[in-house]
Design a protein around this ligand. Structure first.
Ligand code: HEM
Length: 426
């Protein structure tokens, strides 16, 4: 930041020291944070502004949601032109198409899928309990969230082989170059994983299309099918934008956006509950307590811990000049630890929810806010409440080793597996 247009600017020497230390970005942001203010700094030759104050967050993502845009996503080579990376009119029409499927009413069509996927995990845990074997909660919750998303996309339960192909997306994303548009070749095993994923998606599209036209022939053609894929195939009949390529991109997007965050949130919930057995007991008997646990987990560990935006033209934010080209780093992780809004912010206290007085706009945003807020909020909450409620009401859970350190990657997750001993409640 050279022209001093912001009140707080982090010295270049601090950024250089951070960069030399190899520490994660969150460490730099912690140093940059000045309560109540915007802080500017230069990173890799680019101007950046840290945005943590709720009213600033509201201005950038909420009211300014159409002006501060997403930069090209690192995962673009994987998710192509799906809803997460699309912008402008293309994004608007893609979002409009699927929006209705993901409202509170819309997700009712997937209630049976969510319940069936949760039952599978319950059966797995019952087996573990019987054999007195520890289970890996990180793996179990991940299988569950891939299963729910796959069922809602295709109307089919997940099998183990498909799971392996689909869950590889996180290794593919991790292997993609951080500099968007970089043309470095991918390692051969990542290329193979990508090919397997594509093959899986195209097969699902072909099967759904065959089913779809058979259903069309045997019905009066009214109403759309039950799965996301059916909805996309419907759209393809009237809108040439929906090529097989875009349908594939949308499926992969929903997979990438839709399983890891929910799985990691569930894992974090178990990490926190393990440290608070009294809360675990309450949640075992009260669905409202389960919901509060999830909200508080998302406050402390919002998996979307950093939501970057970009100002394509000169802007003014809270009276300060933001030159074109500046990155705006909205950081829910830091915003959620603001002591002005959350007394004793480091403490896990689910009784904060539901909030007794309305929270200031921009103060709580695990699912983002504004036009690009999470499409899957209702779906995610429903699936997480269902699984957590089902498991806690039937089993006691005790981890066998401490949870790994938080990893601030694309998602915020605990490092490594989370092994726990589960026992049937008597
Ligand atoms: C606990 C679970 C989840 C969390 C914490 C979460 C969080 C978020 C956040 C913070 C964003 C906004 C990103 C930004 O503003 O840059 C987002 C976007 C999105 N999420 Fe989620 N998400 C979750 C689950 C899901 C699920 C289950 C689905 C799909 C079924 C989903 C689909 C999407 C999509 C498609 C977008 C992009 C929306 C757009 O750009 O218009 N998410 N999510």
């Amino acid at each position: 930041m050279t022209d001093g247009m912001l009140p707080d600017v982090l010295d270049d020497a601090v950024v250089a020291a951070w960069s030399a230390s190899g520490a994660p970005l969150v460490d730099l942001l912690r140093q940059a944070r000045t309560p109540g203010r915007l802080t500017g700094f230069r990173r890799g030759g680019r101007a950046a502004v840290l945005v943590t104050e709720p009213r600033h967050v509201h201005q950038v993502l909420g009211v300014g949601g159409d002006r501060y845009v997403k930069r090209s996503h690192r995962a673009r080579p994987l998710i192509g032109d799906g809803m997460l990376t699309a912008t402008g009119e293309a994004w608007r029409s893609q979002r409009r198409l699927l929006q209705a499927m993901f409202t509170g009413r819309g997700i009712q069509r997937w209630e049976h899928h969510i319940v069936a996927a949760a039952d599978r995990v319950v059966v797995r845990w019952a087996e573990r309990a019987r054999r007195d074997e520890p289970t890996d909660i990180a793996e179990d919750t991940q299988f569950f969230t891939v299963d729910t998303i796959w069922r809602s996309l295709t109307d089919h339960p997940l099998d183990q082989e498909t799971y392996v192909d689909l869950a590889a997306v996180q290794d593919i994303v991790a292997a993609l170059p951080a500099d968007v548009g970089g043309s470095a070749a991918l390692p051969p095993d990542v290329e193979t994983a990508l090919a397997a994923l594509d093959e899986r998606m195209h097969r699902a599209i072909a099967q759904a299309r065959a089913r779809h036209s058979a259903a069309r022939r045997s019905s009066d053609g009214s109403g759309s099918g039950p799965s996301v894929l059916d909805r996309l195939l419907d759209a393809a009949e009237t809108d040439p934008a929906y090529t097989d390529r875009l349908i594939r991109d949308e499926l992969v997007t929903l997979l990438v956006a839709g399983y890891e965050s929910s799985a990691r949130t569930l894992t974090w919930a178990f990490v926190l509950l393990d440290r608070h057995p009294d809360v675990m007991e309450r949640a075992a008997h009260d669905p409202r307590a389960v919901e509060a646990v999830l909200h508080e987990t998302l406050r402390l560990y919002p998996t979307g811990w950093l939501l970057p935006r970009h100002a394509p033209v000169d802007e003014t934010l809270d009276g300060w000049r933001i030159p074109a080209g500046t990155d705006l780093l909205v950081c829910p992780y830091l915003t959620h630890r603001d002591p002005e809004v959350w007394p004793d912010p480091e403490t896990f206290a689910p009784e904060r929810f539901p909030a007794r007085t309305p929270l200031p706009p921009g103060a709580y945003l695990p699912f983002g806010i504004g036009p690009r807020a999470c499409l899957g909020t209702r779906f995610a909450m429903r699936e997480m409440e269902t699984l957590l409620g089902a498991l806690l009401s039937r089993f006691t859970v005790e981890t066998t080793e401490p949870a790994g350190e938080p990893v601030f990657g694309i998602n915020l997750r605990p490092a490594g597996p989370l092994f726990a001993r589960v026992r049937e409640r008597s």
